[in-house]
Design a protein around this ligand. Structure first.
Ligand SMILES: *Cc1c(COP(=O)(O)O)cnc(C)c1O
Length: 394
């Protein structure tokens, strides 16, 4: 075949990347729901286990359906290799613990997804790994936080829930100079709008639960980076700790990838309209959306993202107003997921970010009036009517 998938358009990668047909010539990717594989002979088993002969051994190590998902996502990201995990948190956990040892030091952006914060603040110290949190927006803060034993930088950009942006290229240079690996949680940008590896990151992690599924069905995650990191550095950690993605979920997520670009593009179109409507409403104190020129880091966004994404954050001034808004919604659901076909709104300080102290929330600017909306695929007029009506009642 003369076609090189690395030259394919994004849409073609998402529909056809990684396909490995069986002799039946099936059009839709097959689901290999099996744990183990039989070998032709004892000698063949020996060759398979030694790595001399390629092939599958056990579902915890790899699976044909999961591999199609991994190859397709790697092709989309422009990564040499991808390893799928059972959830986004399994990917974050493996990405960090696979690189860090007792006595090492981590630098992390202050605004992190709640469970990531737990790993960094509660779990890592049990193993003697210390962390310095920094104002992720400011490259000087990253540089000043570096110690001789700094091994990893952890960035979430845009960060949850206030969509703070880290200048990934500048922070990657600082990490490189410090001899540290840069791990980027790219969930909010999606692989459609931001390519951290091209900006200098070493590892990209996803919660595939979000836009990649995008239809509210399964948990999944992925780690991407160089073949050396994914197939050597992380190999034993992933094989022996067991965060493997179920082949059934891999198959669901493969189907999600086929429509990822279509969905994210339409969600972003919808989000742009809803963000403008929110920003212009008299009840709203402040609106943050990565696709608007008034985002505080709009200049950095223009450098590293190609679209605003589907999440909007806005401040209604008080918890009471935020709750009145949520309770007045008739189409948009109150829920904490994101990237789904169905629009949903959440009050972060009493749900996703409730385990943070009031002080920590204040440090990232998350006061009680903030609401986060993940805009879905409903008709934009219906969404606009629902959101406007709820804002009037806030
Ligand atoms: C949801 C999410 C995660 C965790 O993913 P799960 O699939 O729920 O384990 C990690 N990081 C970010 C930014 C997320 O939004």
């Amino acid at each position: 075949m003369a076609e090189d998938p690395n030259h394919w358009d994004v849409e073609t990668r998402l529909v056809r990347g990684g396909m490995a047909r069986t002799p039946y010539g099936e059009m839709s990717e097959p689901l290999f729901l099996n744990q183990s594989f039989a070998y032709e002979s004892a000698a063949a088993a020996d060759r398979r286990f030694s790595g001399e002969e390629p092939g599958f051994i056990y579902q915890r190590f790899g699976n044909p359906t999961t591999q199609v998902f991994e190859d397709r996502l790697a092709l989309l990201e422009g990564a040499e290799a991808c390893r799928a995990t059972a959830s986004g948190m399994a990917a974050v956990h493996a990405a960090l613990l696979g690189l860090l040892r007792a006595g090492d030091h981590l630098v992390a952006g202050r605004a992190l997804f709640g469970s990531c914060k737990w790993i960094v603040s509660e779990l890592l110290p049990r193993y003697g790994i210390e962390t310095t949190y920094v104002d992720a927006v400011d490259p000087a803060a990253w540089r000043e936080a570096v110690r001789p034993n700094t091994k990893v930088f952890l960035v979430e950009s845009p960060a949850n829930p206030l969509l703070e942006i880290t200048p990934i290229g500048a922070v990657a240079e600082i990490a490189k100079a410090a001899g540290a690996k840069l791990v980027v949680d790219n969930v909010f940008a999606t692989p459609i709008y931001q390519k951290p590896l091209a900006l200098g990151a070493d590892v990209v992690v996803y919660s595939a639960t979000k836009h990649i599924d995008g239809q509210g069905r399964v948990l999944g995650g992925a780690m991407l980076g160089s073949a050396e990191l994914m197939n050597e550095t992380y190999k034993d950690f992933l094989r022996h700790t067991g965060p493997a993605l179920s082949p059934f979920n891999s198959w669901v997520l493969l189907k999600g990838l086929e429509t990822l670009e279509l969905r994210v593009t339409r969600q972003t179109e919808n989000a742009g309209k809803i963000a403008d409507l929110i920003a212009e409403h008299s009840k709203v104190k402040r609106t943050i959306y990565c696709g608007r020129p008034d985002h505080p880091q709009a200049a950095i966004i223009a450098n590293q993202m190609t679209g605003g994404g589907n999440v909007i954050a806005f401040d209604l001034g008080s918890r009471e107003a935020a709750w009145r808004f949520l309770d007045a919604l008739e189409i948009v659901d109150i829920s904490n997921n994101l990237g789904d076909a169905k629009s949903m709104a959440t009050h972060p300080s009493t749900t996703t970010h409730r385990s943070m102290t009031e002080e920590d929330r204040e440090a990232i600017g998350l006061t009680q009036g903030w609401v986060r909306i993940s805009v879905g695929l409903e008709g934009p007029r219906d969404l606009a009517r629902d959101v406007s009506r709820a804002l009037d009642k806030a």
